[in-house]
Write a protein that binds this ligand. Structure first.
Ligand SMILES: [Zn+2]
Length: 285
C-alpha cells in the first residue's frame, strides 16, 4: 500500500547489538556460540526475498516455547532476543528499533496511513518464524489495528502473501488496484473492493486480495469514507454550492489524483469513485 525503503541496517550488527545487551554471561555466550546459525538464517531470508517466497522458509507451529529451532537455541530464546534485548533494551538495539519505526514517518504502510505507525510488525510472525525475530528487514512499522488484524500464521502459499513494504515490486504501489462503488441509499453507502489490472499475473492479483482481506481494509476504508462523505456533502451545500455538476466532478477528480496520497488508500479511492459516479454530482443536497 505504501512503499518503504529497506532499513539500511546490517543484520549482523543488529544481532550483535541484541546479544551485547544480554546481561547474564552464560546466556550471552550461548547466543554467541549459536550466532552462525542465525547468520545462515539471514542468508535464507535474503534468498526467499529474491524469489518472493517467504512462505517457503522453515516454520514451526504456535506454542512450545522450549522447542529447539537451530543449534541449541529454543524458540523462547530467539523471541527474547526481540522482546527483551531489542524492544526492552536501553542501548543500541533499541535505537535500531526506533530507527526502523521512525522511517515510516508515522504512517502505517499496510493500511496506507489510516493508522499511525506505533509498533514494529514481524512480517514473518516470530511465533512461527522465531529465527527472524531481530532481522531488520523482517521488522516493518505498523499501526496497532493492522498489527491486530493480521493473521497470526503466515500463509503457506506464495500468492497469499501480503504486500511487503520493503521488497515488493513497484506496480503494487503505483498502479491502482482498489476501487469503490457508491450505492444510492439514504445515507449514501460506499463499498470498497479490489480491482487489480487484468494484465497483472494471477499470483499478484491474489496477493492484493489477500492483503485487502487480511487487514480488513473494506470495512476500515468504509469507516473513514463515511466520515469524509458527510463532510463533503456539507461542503456541497455550502462552499461548493455554486459549482455546476461538471465543475464539482472536476473538483472530486482532482482530489482523486493527489500524488502525495497513496493511490490505493481510502481517500483517493473514494474520490475517484465519487468523480466517476455522475449521479453524485447531480444531487441537490
Ligand atoms: Zn495500518
Amino acid at each position: 500500500m505504501r512503499k518503504l525503503s529497506r532499513p539500511n541496517i546490517d543484520p549482523n550488527y543488529a544481532l550483535a547489538q541484541c546479544i551485547d545487551g544480554v546481561s547474564n554471561a552464560l546466556t550471552k555466550s550461548h547466543y554467541i556460540a549459536n550466532q552462525p546459525y542465525l547468520q545462515q538464517g539471514f542468508n535464507d531470508f535474503e534468498s526467499a526475498t529474491s524469489a518472493v517466497n517467504w512462505c517457503d522458509l522453515p516454520r514451526v507451529p504456535n506454542g512450545n516455547k522450549s522447542r529447539v529451532i537451530v543449534g541449541n537455541l529454543t524458540k523462547e530464546q530467539l523471541t527474547k532476543l526481540y522482546s527483551e534485548h531489542m524492544v526492552g533494551s536501553t542501548g543500541a538495539a533499541r535505537q535500531i528499533y526506533d530507527d526502523i519505526l521512525v522511517a515510516a514517518n508515522d504512517k502505517c504502510p499496510f493500511c496506507a496511513g489510516i493508522g499511525h505507525a506505533a509498533t514494529l510488525d514481524h512480517y514473518l510472525p516470530k511465533a512461527n518464524f522465531p529465527l527472524y525475530s531481530v532481522f531488520p528487514t523482517n521488522l516493518v512499522p505498523c499501526c496497532r489495528d493492522c498489527n491486530t488484524k493480521k493473521l497470526a500464521a503466515f500463509p503457506t502459499s506464495a500468492d497469499a502473501q501480503t504486500i511487503h513494504p520493503y521488497f515488493d515490486s513497484e506496480h503494487f504501489f503505483v498502479e491502482k488496484w482498489t476501487c469503490a462503488t457508491l450505492i444510492r441509499t439514504e445515507p449514501i453507502s460506499i463499498n470498497f473492493d479490489i480491482c487489480p489490472p487484468p494484465s497483472w499475473a494471477t499470483a499478484d492479483q491474489k496477493r492484493v486480495a489477500s492483503h485487502f482481506k487480511n487487514y480488513d481494509l473494506a470495512r476500515r476504508f468504509s469507516v473513514e469514507a463515511a466520515t469524509e462523505l458527510s463532510i463533503l456533502i456539507n461542503q456541497r451545500r455550502t462552499i461548493f454550492r455554486g459549482l455546476s455538476a461538471v465543475d464539482f466532478r472536476s473538483t472530486l477528480s482532482e482530489q482523486g489524483c493527489i500524488p502525495s496520497i497513496p493511490i490505493n488508500g481510502w481517500r483517493r479511492t473514494l474520490y475517484t469513485a465519487l468523480a466517476e459516479t455522475s449521479w453524485f454530482s447531480e444531487i441537490n443536497f
